[in-house]
Design a protein around this ligand. Structure first.
Ligand code: HEC
Ligand code: HEC
Length: 425
């Protein structure tokens, strides 16, 4: 008995090393009025979740930024630290709120001084597994990513990362924490390391779908099961939302690639914007690309802003679709309100006036019951932590979809694949 106990203690200690523990996490945060940081949804998550990929999770931790409980807890403080913004009003959690599955549930995000950006805030749940960060993949790592919103004028608005560091460097608690965790004075790179290590504790699996895959055949209903079949067959979702087209992907539902699926393209003169981008955006100037993506109409150019290759025009990263029910509105511009709208978009194959449309986009001939089944499958990807929110949100979306289907176009959905127009010269 005693031996088991000791083993248990050692195991718990190891888990803590990787992911922090609830107790140390709860102690962080300033005293005073309740803030989201104290919320249970903000705490580092357990590795023991049904469906969590142990191997991938280990690989997602870079050797030069190992997880320690103190670093994670410091990163958690910074994630909720409004003093990291120019006017002390905005933190990472303003747009990535744990109560809202680490999003803001707005079409596009709002930063300091009410400045509205061009893009929808993705969840940071499972962002640790992304091969690239941002809708256009302009950052490689979570460390690199975290530096951009701090200095973007429409987000946290600091003139430089060092200015942000200066705002927290005078706080004695932080000085001590930097010394303890990094053995140095407060500085930008370590600030970003701490934030990234907190984000790497936000894995989110344990959904009804994960239980189904683990062998509990009753964990999802018949409709969701039909939806999962459609996802991998007639609906063609697996062409992009799977690691390979030959094996079903039950883990992250993304090919880590970029595609033009026709979002936002009709509202903009893409050719003119591409011409403008070629003139004013230097592909090696990461800050300029970030400003264009967040603040300018050139945002619609997507991956093109980084590669300047015509094939990447208005193409965006295939997102992981776990927890998608509770992270709407949808797409890089937050233009679609419900999952029914998303599937209506795919069903008609888009295509109109879009020479760069991905060849895997085509009319799908999905019936109304098929669409309901696909939504049921997507809803089954909601982690247990967001179960109640998911139930309420599904009811809301279903009610809305009964009266409002702006993307529905049955004639096109059941029509032939249109011939795409030639790219403009
Ligand atoms: C004003 C709102 C806002 C603030 C503040 C903000 N973000 Fe974001 N975040 C966004 C938006 C919008 C995007 C998508 C932008 C894009 O793709 O061009 C994003 C993207 C991300 C991504 C990429 C996720 C993915 O799936 O590609 C991560 C990670 C992230 N933010 C973390 C952070 C961290 C860490 C902070 C604080 C240092 C922060 N964000 C501050 C709005 C915000
Ligand atoms: C050709 C590749 C491709 C195919 C096929 C595809 N997707 Fe996507 N999916 C993407 C890309 C790329 C995005 C992001 C596009 C954007 O925002 O501009 C996306 C976004 C989404 C989103 C929004 C996620 C969010 O967080 O906003 C959902 C939901 C989704 N896809 C579900 C599906 C379903 C269901 C199918 C099958 C009916 C499907 N996708 C087929 C590539 C694809």
């Amino acid at each position: 008995m005693k031996r088991f106990l000791i083993l248990g203690v050692i195991l718990a200690g190891t888990a803590t090393l990787f992911f922090g523990c609830e107790r140390s996490a709860k102690r962080v945060g300033p005293k005073g009025p309740p803030n989201p940081e104290a919320d249970r949804l903000a705490q580092p998550k357990s590795l023991q979740q049904v469906g969590a990929p142990a191997e991938l999770t280990r690989e997602a931790i870079p050797p030069d930024n190992p997880q320690t409980p103190e670093k994670i807890s410091l990163g958690q403080k910074f994630f909720f630290e409004r003093r990291l913004s120019a006017d002390g009003t905005v933190s990472c959690s303003t747009c990535h709120n744990p109560d809202l599955a680490f999003t803001d549930r707005k079409p596009t995000s709002v930063g300091i001084k009410g400045r509205i950006g061009q893009r929808n805030a993705p969840t940071i749940l499972n962002a640790m597994y992304n091969k690239t960060q941002f809708w256009d993949g302009r950052a490689q790592t979570l460390e690199e990513q975290a530096g951009f919103p701090i200095v973007n004028p429409s987000e946290m608005g600091n003139p430089s990362l060092d200015t942000a560091v200066a705002q927290i460097a005078s706080v004695e608690e932080y000085q001590q924490a930097f010394q303890r965790v990094f053995g140095r004075l407060p500085n930008g790179p370590d600030l970003l390391r701490a934030i990234a290590s907190y984000e790497r504790t936000q894995l989110s699996f344990d959904s009804p779908f994960d239980h189904f895959i683990a062998g509990d055949t009753n964990a999802i209903d018949a409709s969701a099961k039909r939806g999962w079949e459609l996802f991998n067959t007639q609906a063609r979702c697996n062409k992009c939302h799977a690691l390979t087209e030959t094996r079903r992907d039950v883990t992250l539902f993304t090919d880590n690639d970029f595609h033009n699926i026709g979002i936002g393209i009709i509202r903009h003169n893409v050719v003119a914007l591409a011409g403008q981008a070629e003139k004013v955006i230097n592909s090696t100037d990461a800050a300029a690309i970030d400003r264009a993506a967040i603040q300018h109409d050139m945002s619609v150019l997507g991956r093109f802003l980084i590669t300047k290759q015509e094939k990447d025009t208005a193409s965006f990263k295939t997102p992981d679709i776990r927890n998608v029910l509770v992270t709407g509105p949808y797409f890089h511009d937050g233009s679609q309100e419900t999952l029914w709208d998303v599937i209506d978009h795919y069903n008609k194959g888009d295509g109109l006036h879009n020479p760069w449309l991905d060849e895997d986009m085509q009319p799908l001939a999905l019936t109304e019951p098929d669409i309901d089944d696909l939504v049921a499958f997507l809803a089954s990807l909601t982690s247990a932590t967001y179960k109640e929110q998911g139930t309420a949100e599904l009811a809301r979306q279903r009610a809305l979809s009964r009266t409002n289907r702006p993307q529905r176009d049955t004639a096109r959905a059941f029509g032939p694949k249109p011939v795409p127009p030639e790219p403009p010269k």
